[in-house]
Design a protein around this ligand. Sequence first.
Ligand code: ZN
Ligand code: ZN
Length: 143
Amino acid sequence: MDVRNCKNCGRIFNFVGGMGICPICTKEVEDKFQDVKKYIRETPKASLTQISEDNEVSLSIIRKWIKEERLIFTADSLVGIECESCGTMIRTGKYCERCKQEIANTMGNAYQKPQVEPEKPVFKTSTENRMRFLDKDRINQRN
Ligand SMILES: [Zn+2]
Ligand SMILES: [Zn+2]
């Protein structure tokens, strides 16, 4: 049994994975999440600071929800979070669409690399040329 102190309130609880906070705090955070979600829907022009203050939720938790794509801001919302790669304002997630695409391309290339084997054919060709040259030499000697 893995018993830990809750990171949030200090209560001892049975740790079963997750954020390291007790079931009571987990439920409180979930309740807050629902509040914030509702608040954003009703107040789309609220800033992150305003959301944090009005709902008594820390900015870091709000940012975490945005990065997890649980909180999604509407197109007319003034709120955003910076793309972790280029700093563009985005509505949800970690990266903007452009960076997401770039990351996907990079990963795609890295995955395809082992399939390209340029060394083997080059070696084979040079060996063949060499063989042909030797054969020709032998023929020449015979003549
Ligand atoms: Zn707790
Ligand atoms: Zn970006």
